[in-house]
Design a protein around this ligand. Structure first.
Ligand SMILES: *Cc1c(COP(=O)(O)O)cnc(C)c1O
Length: 385
């Protein structure tokens, strides 16, 4: 028997109470029961997004909402800044190109965060720029771009919006949508929302809705205005992912019980312990700037193939983590600690990394990283800290 553990940066672990909620018989989406459920969920989502605006719920993976965040606000020929410092930043660029949007790309070295000054200059040089697209947490490199600073740059511009992919950020660390005046914020179910894949969420500011009124791109399924109008009546334009929404209610109940700030503190504590443990084990963090608390990206040590670590973790120990993408393939491996995770997910992950590296012939002293994680996460240390 090989017991399975999920430490991938999406999909993430789903709490048993959420799985159970989703196992109940499917309710009809035009029945009053569904509208009641949808109303409750919509209301609680606003709390998690920290916004007074409605949060649209879409039946798709995160990329569906990302696509809508381009097609609904921009027209062919419009210009947008894309911050490209990883796989998902690159995706914003591809989406913009798909919809005829002219991309002003700000390339960031993978593992680094964007310098807001560069964005400031790009915006100043070109008053016609309609939007900036960025990741709050770039999952391919583990970086957390400075969303607050970027938002301040577009705040005063009536015709420019900031669109934030917060798919591995919202629910992990503080992204106060309204307080920071974020125009469009995208999240997805299978990351920090600890649900299976299949739902995407998106909040839209008044400024962004004004842009949507003028946009000439066409969207049929991901038509935000149509969804906004339907969802205001606790309906969806098309058949919603009913069982996922039942699960979402269970997740939101858990989030409410823990409290947003406590949830962020837990995530921060785990991420900090993981990063310290990795370094105590003599390994290097790949992420060079502000790290996202969603995951830890570890540089493969000299002579070790990062993909072999990922493979050995899964095949020998039943732990699904993640390797690197594109030019980082083989150079890094990634362990998530977002969502339904606690102390022993981190300790297990660290223990497994040490064991795998030993298996692969790397001279590692077992227990150094684990010891550090234990030290930082035991209750007495937490009380003292
Ligand atoms: C997972 C992820 C996405 C969306 O991916 P889907 O597979 O479409 O859900 C987008 N951005 C980031 C930063 C992600 O981690």
């Amino acid at each position: 028997m090989l017991k399975r553990y999920l430490l991938a940066p999406g999909p993430t672990q789903v709490p048993p109470e959420v799985l159970l909620a989703m196992a109940t018989p499917v309710i009809h989406h035009r029945a009053p029961e569904f509208a009641d459920l949808f109303g409750r969920v919509r209301n609680d989502l606003k709390t998690v997004f920290q916004t007074a605006q409605d949060v649209l719920i879409l039946a798709s993976s995160g990329t569906g909402a990302m696509e809508g965040a381009v097609s609904n606000f921009l027209s062919p020929g419009d210009k947008a800044i894309v911050i490209n410092g990883g796989k998902f930043g690159e995706r914003w660029g591809k989406l913009c190109q798909t919809f005829g949007v002219h991309v002003v790309e700000i390339k960031v070295e993978w593992g680094q965060e964007v310098d807001p000054q560069l964005v400031h200059e790009a915006l100043r040089k070109d008053p016609s720029i309609k939007a900036g697209y960025v990741q709050a947490s770039e999952t391919s490199t583990g970086i957390a771009h400075d969303i607050k600073a970027l938002a301040e740059l577009v705040r005063e511009r009536d015709e420019t919006i900031l669109v934030v992919d917060a798919i591995t950020a919202l629910g992990v660390f503080d992204i106060p949508t309204d307080a920071w005046a974020l125009d469009v914020v995208v999240a997805g179910s299978q990351k920090a929302f600890m649900l299976p894949p299949g739902l995407a969420f998106v909040s839209v500011s008044e400024k962004a809705w004004r842009l949507a009124e003028k946009a000439k791109n066409s969207a049929f399924y991901f038509n935000f205005k149509k969804e906004r109008d339907a969802q205001a009546k606790n309906q969806t334009a098309y058949t919603p992912a009913v069982s996922m929404i039942v699960g979402l209610e269970a997740v939101l109940r858990m989030m409410k019980a823990e409290g947003l700030q406590n949830m962020f503190a837990r995530q921060r504590r785990l991420a900090h312990a993981m990063r310290e443990a990795v370094q105590a084990a003599g390994l290097s963090l790949f992420t060079k700037g502000r790290p996202s608390d969603a995951l830890t990206v570890i540089a493969a040590p000299p002579g070790i193939d990062g993909q072999a670590v990922y493979k050995q973790l899964r095949e020998q120990y039943g732990i699904t983590a993640a390797g690197g993408q594109d030019h980082l393939k083989g150079k890094i491996f990634r362990l998530s600690h977002m969502g339904y995770v606690d102390t022993f997910d981190v300790i297990m992950g660290m223990a497994a990394v040490e064991m795998v590296l030993k298996d692969l012939g790397y001279p590692i002293r077992l227990g150094q990283g684990v010891g550090k994680a234990q030290e930082l996460l035991c209750a007495s240390a937490q009380k003292a800290g």
